[in-house]
Design a protein around this ligand. Structure first.
Ligand code: ADP
Ligand code: MG
Ligand code: MG
Ligand code: MG
Ligand code: MG
Ligand code: MG
Length: 695
């Protein structure tokens, strides 16, 4: 999240009038950055993670656990302490030569019950630094906890199990049906009070013409009434026009029904940002990491409960997508196009829709045939010197309206700023984000990996962060090719939602990561562009027809075990039957990362520590270890208060939160989980075999 600007935020009807100007100025700012930074070279390989937390109130003797809405107070306390620490360091020692890392940074998030932390400075390229990530994450959790009340805890469950269930679920408690969200389940006060957030939620609702509809299929247990009707939905509210939504079918049978942005943007994730050495490498990483998104989502699945009920899906992604879906009925294809400019197949929070690399292995067949671009914006970007591929990417992001506009920003266009560009860029929530350098050029071209669910422990969070870092190293050193058609990635993203997708589903994945296919460049293509993209612009159609058949042969359905561990992996000597044809072996991402490590000079201790992380990924993929989603389901299932009717009671939710806090405490104390009485903890975490300090 960027800096929070103060000012006068416009309501939707007013904001909409200025949308074209914001886009126009945003494009001018983008061209300014592009022209300044396109030749930027030799930036350091840096990376950093973001971990998001829920702040919960938990007391053993209290009947329920609540969300704490003290985000602002906690952040203030953290900030004044950090300022104090910085002052002390400066006064006592020369800051540059202390060798001490700057303190971690804490940020606000959408939910007033959320926090985000990042390391004090990005990590460098040294493999040795990878072993500092986990202790740094633990330190952040300890620091966060130190600035909370004794009964408040930062936990990394993706969603609070009882958010939105009628009754009291937060402290303080506020009545529902506020004017901004108009939600019948959560109060306006659930969102960060900074004007940006309630305006974002209100303007999305207003643009849509109704409330957002977040419907998650209910998990059908043996005592779940069927068909199931969400018992928490109130059909008798008559305060706002939007109260009609549920009477107009917003809450279908067999779905948990939610109606506010907080149900999506109130979920916690784990994000990783990489700085590339130049724009070309940034574009390569953006493309190559993109097909891994759904695989990472399934591997990190951690979201089986919504609003007090077990869902039939395991991850948060589609719920966030619906929670910020501002499309009008015309854009959704529910009404003929009259005032909207086009039909748009995806929410502004969705999987990637573009590839942007100058890699000659990028074939036109991989592009999204449904891609919508603003042709005028694309032309303007190309006129300003941007190549067609990147211009298409941004002209796609710019089909959206800016949702939050501050009137102060509409006075003058400041080309040394990025406010208008960021307005669109930062409200296009795709599973990867291509981040241009800020105007001062101190930072390089960056790529952010966004699909992962936050994990309960920092061991797991560090494992996934480290794994992705190592995958990027392997991509760059072996020049790996993960390209598949974007439409298959979109499909994979859906597949990743299924219960236990990590074990039971198969995903489209490229068979040969090494085979290169050099294409002839179009004689007309400018520097860095490949010939032809399948955007709706007739001028940019490739001269030769698409050869979809040939591309289909490049990928096939694979299990995550095959993708991660390869086709020759065996658990206790038993090999999973391969889905690949004879002779079609797949090396597996973990073995590839290991070959990369073999080619590097890594000291024994570092290598051992890295192996414990790779082990977690490997065993998660093989099913030897559980996802958090699986563990939470098992915890609920075995709780004496659970009636096998899909309802997660206050007692069950409270004990689940208590178990998660206990796991966190064991972890920060470094005592491990041996002998811990939490059900299935060994299945979730393994035995922490390996290097010193672990059991
Ligand atoms: P956002 O919320 O916009 O994604 P944050 O500032 O919360 O951004 O997080 C950005 C992450 O990128 C942090 O982990 C930070 O350490 C890391 N980071 C900062 N500067 C760089 C850089 N130059 N290259 C790579 N990563 C960086
Ligand atoms: Mg952030
Ligand atoms: Mg965010
Ligand atoms: Mg952000
Ligand atoms: Mg965040
Ligand atoms: Mg981020």
């Amino acid at each position: 999240m960027g800096l929070l600007q103060l000012g006068t935020a416009l309501d939707w009807p007013e904001a909409q009038k200025h949308a074209d100007r914001v886009r126009e100025w945003g494009i001018k700012q983008l061209l300014e950055i592009w022209n300044k930074a396109k030749t930027k070279e030799r930036d350091a390989l840096l990376w950093g993670d973001e971990v998001e937390y829920l702040v919960v109130i938990y007391e053993k003797d209290q009947p329920k656990s609540l969300l704490s809405l003290r985000q602002a107070e906690i952040l203030n306390a953290l900030e004044s302490d950090a300022a104090l620490a910085a002052k002390c360091t400066k006064g006592q020692v020369d800051g540059a030569s202390t060798g001490k890392d700057p303190l971690p940074v804490f940020h606000p998030e959408f939910g007033r019950f959320m926090l985000e932390s990042t390391p004090g400075k990005p990590w460098g390229i040294e493999l040795k630094e990878l072993v500092e990530v986990e202790p740094n994450m633990r330190l952040r959790r300890v620091i966060a906890k130190d600035h909370m009340r004794s009964n408040e805890f930062p936990i990394t469950l993706t969603t609070f199990p009882r958010l939105g269930f009628p009754g009291v679920f937060s402290d303080p408690h506020y009545p529902v049906s506020g004017p901004k969200l108009r939600s019948q389940f959560v109060p306006d006060e659930i969102a960060n009070p900074h004007i940006r957030f309630p305006t974002l939620a209100a303007n999305i609702r207003s643009r849509r013409g109704r409330k957002v509809q977040v419907n998650v299929p209910i998990f059908r247990d043996k005592n779940t009434p069927w068909p199931w009707k969400d018992p928490t939905v109130n059909y008798d509210l008559h305060q706002y026009p939007e109260d009609d939504d549920v009477r107009n079918g917003a809450a279908p049978e067999n779905y948990i029904h939610m109606d506010a942005m907080a149900f999506g943007m109130g979920s916690c994730c784990l994000q990783i940002t990489f700085q590339a050495k130049n724009i070309t490498e940034g574009r390569q990483l953006y493309d190559q990491l993109s097909p891994l998104g759904p695989i990472l989502l399934a591997l990190t699945a951690a979201t089986p409960i919504y609003k007090g009920f077990l869902a039939d899906t395991d991850v948060r992604w589609n719920q966030i997508s619906s929670a910020v879906d501002d499309r009008t009925p015309e854009e959704l294809g529910e009404a003929p196009l009259k005032t909207s400019r086009w039909r748009i197949p995806k929410s502004r929070y969705a999987s990637n829709s573009t590839y942007i690399s100058t890699d000659p292995r990028l074939r036109p067949e991989y592009f999204d045939p449904e891609l919508v671009v603003d042709e005028a914006i694309k032309a303007e970007l190309m006129h300003g010197g941007m190549d067609e591929l990147l211009a298409t990417h941004f002209a796609h992001l710019f089909i959206r309206d800016p949702i939050v506009i501050f009137s102060e920003d509409l006075q003058t266009l400041d080309l040394s700023q990025t406010n208008h560009f960021e307005n669109l860029q930062s409200t296009n929530w795709q599973h990867m984000r291509f981040k241009p350098p800020p105007p001062d050029n101190s930072i390089g071209w960056r790529v952010e990996v966004r699909p992962m669910e936050v994990q309960i422990t920092d061991f797991e969070n560090a494992a996934f962060a480290v794994f992705i870092v190592l995958v990027t190293r392997a991509i760059l050193s072996f020049d790996l090719n993960f390209y598949i058609p974007l439409a298959r990635i979109t499909e994979n993203m859906e597949t990743a939602h299924k219960r236990d997708a990590v074990l039971t589903e198969r995903f489209h994945f490229r068979k040969n990561l090494f085979r290169t296919r050099r294409r002839r460049r179009s004689p007309h293509a400018g520097d860095g562009s490949v010939s032809g993209t399948s955007t709706p612009n007739p001028q940019s159609r490739p001269e030769t027809p698409l050869n979809l058949g040939a591309v289909e042969d490049e990928y096939r359905l694979m299990s995550i075990n095959e993708i991660i561990n390869g086709t020759s992996y065996s658990v206790n000597g038993c090999k999973e039957p391969s889905h690949l044809a004879d002779g079609e072996n797949f090396p597996g991402l973990v073995p590839l990362v290991e070959s990369y490590l073999d080619s590097m000079n890594v000291d024994v201790q570092t290598r051992c520590q890295l192996s414990t992380y790779l082990d977690l990924i490997r065993r998660r993929a093989s099913g030897e270890l559980w996802t958090a989603a699986r563990w939470i389901r098992s915890y609920v299932d075995q709780h004496p208060d659970y009636k096998h009717d899909s309802a997660v009671s206050e007692t069950v939710a409270k004990d689940l939160v208590g178990a998660v806090i206990a796991i966190g405490e064991r972890e920060t104390q470094g005592t491990g989980w041996k002998g811990m009485s939490v059900t299935g903890i060994d299945k979730l975490m393994g035995d922490f075999r390996g290097c010193e300090g672990r059991q």
